[in-house]
Design a protein around this ligand. Structure first.
Ligand SMILES: NC(=O)C1=CN([C@@H]2O[C@H](COP(=O)(O)OP(=O)(O)OC[C@H]3O[C@@H](n4cnc5c(N)ncnc54)[C@H](O)[C@@H]3O)[C@@H](O)[C@H]2O)C=CC1
Ligand SMILES: O=C(O)[C@@H]1CCC=N1
Length: 273
């Protein structure tokens, strides 16, 4: 794998997840630098992973071959506008954006110099090496740069390239935002378990074990997810009663509607940032 120096601009949740995944996968900590305006997050990253840190984005970008733009989408224009380094050096570097809803064309405009930009959409399970990242490269990105971006994201999980940039918004709904859907469902089960009299610890443990077991059954079998569900569901039994209740509330429709809302929000953000 590439041993390029990677700078994370913005040391928040998603950067912390990718950094942890990279270091866990053996990426040299000396080749990772994180930049953030305040120090507590930097101190935690440096203590946990022995990476380099700075509060100066210019310094981080100057040192790096690959720059991962990890600030909130609404902060990107301000952050890039505040840079005081000579932007002509950007043409020798690879920029990877993880920002939701921010089109490559807007990033290119903000970077001023013609620059290779790969737009990606990772998710927080990257922390455990279980990430799922969508990638999109504009025409300006070389095959070698595509490989570098892919290798970095593959160090923290699985990757999928999308041909059209709109595919990134779809991956956002399907993977970037999706851990939160599962957490919401698990939270619902956890609170019901507590209401039923289980201790908070037991409720968490049970929900976690059921989720892990169910996920592993999907991963370790070629059986369709629908068939796995059917295998649990005895005719006239308890599961059927629960699933009928979900179906009465149109859970499948609710899920599709929620994913459409995520895509619509990404498209809306693209118009305003
Ligand atoms: N959290 C998630 O699950 C995912 C987030 N993303 C994207 O990742 C990006 C970051 O999101 P999070 O990590 O969740 O946000 P966050 O708020 O945890 O992290 C953003 C960090 O940027 C820092 N920051 C603000 N202004 C800055 C500046 N001028 N220079 C350098 N750093 C600055 C903040 O202090 C903060 O530490 C967003 O663009 C989001 O769309 C993408 C996929 C998943
Ligand atoms: O909620 C968001 O906008 C970001 C993008 C995907 C996950 N978090």
């Amino acid at each position: 794998m590439t041993q390029k120096t990677i700078a994370f601009i913005g040391a928040g949740n998603m950067s912390a997840s990718i950094i942890a995944g990279l270091v866990k996968n053996g990426y040299p900590a000396d080749n990772i630098i994180a930049s953030n305006p305040s120090t507590p997050k930097l101190d935690a990253l440096s203590a946990q992973h022995s990476i380099k840190t700075t509060t100066d984005n210019n310094q981080a970008i100057e040192q790096a071959d690959v720059i991962i733009l990890s600030v909130k989408p609404q902060m990107m224009a301000g952050m890039l506008g505040d840079l005081s380094i000579d932007k002509s050096i950007f043409s020798h570097k690879l920029f990877i954006s993880i920002a939701a809803g921010l089109p490559v064309s807007r990033l290119e405009e903000l970077l001023v110099t013609p620059t290779a930009v790969v737009r990606t959409m990772p998710n927080t399970p990257s922390l455990l090496g279980l990430g799922m990242t969508g990638l999109y490269a504009s025409a300006a990105v070389s095959a070698e740069q595509k490989q570098v971006a892919e290798e970095i994201m593959q160090a923290v999980g699985k990757t999928v390239w999308v041909e059209e940039e709109s595919g990134i918004d779809k991956i956002t709904a399907l993977a970037g935002s999706a851990p939160a859907y599962f957490f919401l469902f698990m939270e619902g089960m956890e609170s019901k378990a507590i209401e039923l009299g289980f201790s908070p610890e037991a409720a968490r443990e049970i929900v976690s074990q059921v989720a892990t077991g169910s996920t592993e059954m999907v991963r370790q079998n070629d059986i369709s997810i629908a068939q796995l569900r059917t295998n649990v569901t005895s005719k006239g039994g308890t599961t059927a009663a629960a699933l009928n209740s979900f179906n009465d509330s149109n859970l499948t429709g609710i899920t599709a509607k929620a994913m459409d809302a995520a895509i619509a929000r990404a498209e809306e953000m693209a118009k305003t940032i």
